[in-house]
Design a protein around this ligand. Sequence first.
Ligand code: HEC
Length: 113
Amino acid sequence: MTVKFKILLATSLLSLIATSALAGGDSAAGEEKAVVCQSCHGPSGNQSITPDIPVLAGQYEDYLEHALKAYRSGDRQQAVMSTFAGQLSDQDIADIAAYFAEQSGDLKDLSIN
Ligand code: HEC
């Protein structure tokens, strides 16, 4: 392996690591930011106070991010969630999504039995 190639390899590995660290939210920060959400979505996002409130625990992180950004932009409209998501920054959304995705959830795959 040439020195030039080794340097190239090292820098591309480093940039990969940096990118993945930036992409993920901080679930510890997300836990604090999600306190306001628990009154409806339940502690850890697993129970909801009424059947129309979805379970968030164990949901895919990118789905949660996508849903919150859609409420924030108005692509997905629901009065309550538009209000809550409207107050969140991109970083808040990433952190909160990381937190709920990490909780063990009661979500199940649909199966036809
Ligand atoms: C006052 C009750 C209430 C609060 C507080 C609340 N939500 Fe919701 N949330 C709802 C309801 C109701 C829905 C279903 C809305 C719909 O039909 O689109 C929902 C839907 C969602 C969804 C979409 C889930 C899915 O399966 O598509 C996400 C994500 C979400 N809420 C995250 C949050 C977060 C994060 C917070 C805190 C910042 C929060 N919610 C606070 C009531 C609430």
